[in-house]
Design a protein around this ligand. Structure first.
Ligand code: FAD
Length: 496
């Protein structure tokens, strides 16, 4: 019996420290965790927008939200605003909320669709979404509503380096041991091929029973050592570069991320308490590094701070994310571009999966296969959702957007689009991170108009339908006037 007691994490970015904190907290003292990282190598230095499940991490770790917001210079995120994605000059929101209210057997948007088709409904679907209304008004507070109609789901924007420091402090308090050094060589058991240790540049050996590769794009253990291979998705998601540049904060802090499409890529704008995070994600077939940098600088609306950071990547996933006694978590496991802020979530969900399938007495092939199966499904579901934003576009100003529109996309995505276009129906696949309301907002926002709606929406008269729609708009509008501005909320919440 080879009981797993010593866990070694290689890499101390968001992936490494989040893994250390959660594993140690949940599995407890039966494992000893040592994390090796190198200040000389550093971290990728981006990754500042999140999605609501991050709040579960804080709950599990027992982190106080106000303290977290203060220490990471965080702001509240209620949505992403997609600008110029369908056509230039138009925008829509993908909010964390849901329009209307939940209805039995079919979604609210079928009622809205009927009102539009038969009763001349002029209001957009987003007029029924509290997250959207708060974004437009620049307001936020934690609403303690008993009625789910008034839920206001949120996530955060935060400073990536401050977040890694915050997690490190937390993990070290739980007795995770940090070792500074550069991993130069991997030591492998000649009999079973498992990794038994890593050798550092200064000659020190770090031994373990189980290894977690959080070494970033390098994939030191999973790829450089084991060479498990990479499934390349560049033909669907051709952006392969980014340039990031912080800038001064705005006077009023928006409670949402902006994703602004350009001729061959898109720009993010992430508002933090002390600065804005900005970046351009682009395809190197269309822009040189200098052109990308110039484009980003020309599109900053506050003063640039610091030097530009250039990053290269390839969208796709490792063919195996768990191999022998190594699990890859974070950028070492694959990369989907940051359009829907899913990378930190993928880290969190990989750790959760690992905790469920954590080995006890040695490795089991079935256990490893199950981990890899679940990871693959998760990656593919998110991939399809991101492709949707590019594929369904009507931009006629560049070859890039034409290529995106004309590419052949996965069957799984084509089916979803056709189903929605024909009938307005949306089904959430098992465990899909994105709920129907997410697919709905992006499909509509990108210009897919359903030609039909569910017959349940005919169960009321037109007058009743219009009355229900008006009531819902009023219910959603009602709290807005009373809510503080996002800045007032942050100032008040973090002043203690
Ligand atoms: P890294 O941060 O690269 O950390 C790697 C670690 O490994 C470092 O500590 C390094 O020192 C260590 N290391 C490497 N080699 C060695 C060695 N030989 N010896 C010792 N140590 C070593 N995610 C989101 O959720 N939201 C976003 O908005 C978002 N935006 C992004 C924008 C861009 C352009 C990119 C590229 C990514 C973005 N991400 C985003 C992803 C996010 O940045 C990462 O998922 C997150 O930072 C985790 O990175 P990591 O810890 O895997 O890797």
């Amino acid at each position: 019996m080879n009981t797993i007691k010593r866990v070694v994490i290689v890499g101390g970015g968001t992936a490494g420290w989040l893994t250390a904190a959660l594993l140690q907290k949940v599995i407890g003292p039966s494992i000893h965790i040592e994390l090796v990282e190198s200040e000389d190598i550093g971290t990728v230095g981006v990754g500042e927008a999140t999605i609501p499940p991050i709040r579960l991490v804080n709950q599990v770790l027992g982190i106080n939200e106000a303290e977290f917001i203060k220490e990471t210079n965080a702001t509240i995120k209620l949505a992403i605003r997609f600008e110029n994605w369908r056509v230039n000059g138009e925008d829509y929101y993908h909010t964390f909320g849901a329009p209307g209210r939940s209805m039995a057997f079919c979604h609210f948007h079928h009622f809205w669709q009927r009102a539009k088709q038969e009763c001349g409904e002029k209001h957009s679907l987003w007029d029924y979404d509290l997250n959207y209304l708060c974004c437009e008004a620049g307001k936020f507070a934690q609403i303690n509503a008993k009625d789910p109609v008034l839920e206001l789901p949120h996530a955060y924007h935060f400073d990536a380096s401050a977040y890694a420091r915050f997690l490190r402090k937390y993990a070290e308090k739980l007795n995770v041991v940090r070792t500074e050094g550069i991993v130069e060589r991997v030591i492998e058991d000649p009999v079973n091929g498992d990794i038994t240790g890593v050798m550092l540049k200064d000659g020190k050996q770090v031994k373990g029973d189980f290894f977690i590769d959080c070494s970033g794009f390098r994939g030191l253990l999973i790829q450089r050592h084991y060479n498990v291979g990479y499934e390349d998705w560049t033909h669907w998601l051709p952006c392969d570069r980014a340039v990031a540049m912080p800038s001064e904060r705005h006077e009023n802090t928006a409670p949402y991320t902006r994703a602004i499409a350009h001729e061959a890529g898109w720009q993010w704008r992430i508002p933090l308490q002390h600065r804005n995070g900005n970046g351009l994600v682009y395809s190197s077939q269309f822009y040189s590094q200098q052109e990308a940098e110039d484009l980003l600088l020309a599109n900053l609306d506050t003063k640039a701070l610091g030097d530009p950071l250039h990053i290269q990547f390839r969208t796709g996933r490792r063919r195996q994310q768990w191999h022998k006694n190594v699990v890859a978590i974070g950028l070492s496991s694959g990369f989907l571009e940051p359009l829907e802020s899913t990378s930190i979530h993928l880290i969190q969900s990989a750790i959760t999966r690992l905790i469920h399938l954590f080995p006890h007495n040695g490795m089991s092939e079935a256990n490893t296969a199950e981990y890899n199966r679940q990871s693959q499904i998760e990656y593919e579901q998110i991939r399809d959702f991101i492709i949707l934003h590019y594929y369904v576009n009507e931009r006629d100003d560049s070859r890039f957007w034409k290529q995106m529109r004309e590419m052949s996309v996965p069957e799984s995505l084509l089916h979803k689009i056709k189903l929605f276009r024909d009938s307005g129906k949306l089904f959430r696949e098992q465990n899909d991170l994105f709920l129907e309301s997410s697919w709905l907002q992006v499909m509509l926002g990108q210009g897919i108009e359903p030609t039909d709606y569910h017959p349940i929406a005919n169960a009321m008269s037109q007058a009743q339908l219009l009355n229900m729609m008006k009531q819902l708009r009023d219910i959603k509008q009602e709290p807005i006037a009373k809510l503080p501005t996002h800045d007032a909320f942050l100032a008040n919440y973090t002043k203690a």
